[in-house]
Design a protein around this ligand. Structure first.
Ligand SMILES: [Zn+2]
Length: 267
């Protein structure tokens, strides 16, 4: 059945760039149509009806008309603004990072309901003031699931043997998870992962978000887990997310970051 020329969908803006004098091209994630590019004509004029609604980090209700190159935005209203998500620069930078991961994970026009739900939930959590790093790790772990590359944290990726609590192991993202001590294995970029950090990776697979938020973890272990998951995601997506440099600068409290915050979510 041919799809209707006009349609309405929930959508979240993943990225955008300006086109011509007043237009803007948006990359949207939608539950049913997946990722798609749409053009908002004249949106940068002060008189535009679409105006300020077509922002990232919000769930929008968008009416679109199918077009040759891009679908055309004809109407938009804000479903969930998640305004508190923007109160902290770290939270906003994390939201941008999560959007970029979704963008990189999706082919255009493929159904994306689980990933849409995942991003939506992550934004709700950021908006509720959850620690951005915990939300990001939870999202990365579930994104890996959606990509069909759930990290193996219990069994050796080579011999499928359950790891003993006392044995040494290595974290080898190119192989999909932990490698036991019996294999010489390929060269690894990182010497190892502590047993504490491995336990936290397991927790990210098994616990719900509320339980994860309550975990008390040493900062060093959180950093290990962050590095382990970032490496895993980088290899799964075969690229370095561009937004990570910005996120890291924000967290390092680099001066001048507030000035550049308006570019979050842009190109
Ligand atoms: Zn093994």
């Amino acid at each position: 059945m041919p799809r209707p020329r006009l349609y309405v969908t929930d959508a979240i803006v993943l990225s955008r760039f300006d086109l011509g004098e007043a237009d803007r091209v948006l990359t949207l994630i939608t539950p049913r149509d997946g990722k798609l590019k749409a053009i908002a004509k004249g949106v940068r004029r002060p008189t535009s009806r679409l105006g300020g609604s077509l922002e990232p980090f919000a769930e929008l209700r968008v009416a679109l008309a199918r077009g040759r190159t891009f679908d055309v935005v004809t109407q938009v209203s804000v479903g969930h603004a998640w305004l508190r998500l923007r109160d902290s620069l770290e939270s906003a930078a994390t939201a941008w990072y999560l959007a970029e991961l979704a963008d990189r994970s999706l082919e255009e026009r493929h159904e994306a309901e689980p990933l849409y739900g995942l991003l939506r939930r992550a934004y709700e959590l950021l908006d509720a003031g959850r620690v951005p790093g915990r939300v990001a790790r939870w999202y990365e772990m579930h994104l890996a699931d959606e990509l069909g590359v759930r990290p193996e944290v219990d069994r050796c990726v080579e011999c499928d043997r359950m790891l003993e609590p006392t044995e040494t192991f290595r974290w080898v993202p190119p192989l999909g998870g932990v490698l036991c001590e019996r294999h010489p294995g390929p060269p690894v970029s990182r010497a190892g992962l502590s047993i504490e950090a491995l336990k936290v990776l397991k927790a990210y697979q098994r616990l719900d978000v509320e339980a994860l938020a309550g975990l008390r973890l040493p900062a060093g272990v959180e950093r290990e887990v962050e590095a382990a998951m970032r490496e895993f995601i980088r290899i799964a997506l075969e690229r370095d997310p561009r937004s990570l440099a910005f996120l890291d600068e924000v967290r390092a409290g680099a001066p001048g970051m507030v000035r550049t915050s308006r570019t979050v979510g842009g190109e």
